[in-house]
Design a protein around this ligand. Sequence first.
Ligand code: PLP
Length: 402
Amino acid sequence: MSEPNDKKPFAPSSLRPATQMVHGGVTRSQWGETSEALFMTQGYIYESAQQQEARFSGDEPGYVYSRYANPTVSMFEERMALLEGAEAARGTASGMAAVTTAMLSCVKAGDHVVAASALFGSCLYIVNELLPRFGVECTLVDGTDLAQWKAAMRPNTRACFLESPTNPTLSVIDIAAVADIAHDAGAKLVVDNVFATALWQSPLALGADVVIYSATKHIDGQGRCLGGVVLASQQFIEEEMKDIHRHTGPSLSPFNAWIMLKGLETFPLRVKHQTQSAAFLADRLAEHKAIDRVLYPGRSDHPQADLVARQMRAGSTMIALEIAGGKEAAFRLENALNVIKISNNLGDAKSLITHPSTTTHQRLDDDQLAAAGIKQGTLRLSVGLEDVEDLWDDFEQALATL
Ligand SMILES: *Cc1c(COP(=O)(O)O)cnc(C)c1O
């Protein structure tokens, strides 16, 4: 016989983030497994027809179908909500499913959206091409210019959308100020927080209403699965977003949710290490004569260093570089790197470099590229978990070929 259990109830919300990322959100099965269980199931069996009826009517809490919810996905959502300090979270199949589901939950035909022009290519497509097809007009602004946000607001503006730091040039937008402008107009602020990560920036605490992540990036962190998550108030997730999420099918697979849950256990360690390495490389690269400019939010020469200090707890795992010689020189540098791999992904254990104007931002025309601050000699580096001296050695030999 086991002793009676007189342990205090376990309350992850009172613990510090690194502890929450190991223990938060766990629901153990009757087997008491150490590691989170992977509930690879589409559906659920009921004790009786009456119970099934009660589950569907909502009179009895519980799972009904994995497009709506799944125990492994729920564990991931709870752990993410703890990390973000959000009331609620909903996992999605990708970062873009998170963006689309969140934006569709804010607007209907006749409404208006204001978005920063420096957006991830696919996000720009959602706000600037997809939403207008359904009667939602979009105004793009220079996100760093608060006067443009103010001027763009209309009586029917229902959502503002931005990412900060931006992809790929790492400029920083004043989230608290844009949240005020949005709220004065009766609109919600949706923030794509992928580049900052939850470790270094908390948009909800700054006044944003909705935060989205591509979990594909730092949350997996090891280049395996696509995933995403929307974080917001209970009202937004469980009411305003509920039917769109349930009935349009952006659901996160239990397998991918399990990978993301395991990724979150090491997330604080990885992001801290990658950020330290990025800060070190940014300083070394800035001194190299072949580099025109380094854009890194942790450096004092960042164009918005004061704002970075106010709204972020540290820089980023990402660095943007500008080199002379345009695309040809950028390609030569990429091709000369050995340890650092050419890839458009980011937040991975492996350091990855990409040339935005020919890859992630290929859809943009010259004016849009200029508005996003992307030059032909711009490269975006995602710093991984390798020994930083090996990364620097790799850069030094590659830069010598320019
Ligand atoms: C990758 C990315 C997305 C899209 O995420 P997916 O998981 O690829 O769908 C959205 N925003 C930013 C800033 C990203 O880097």
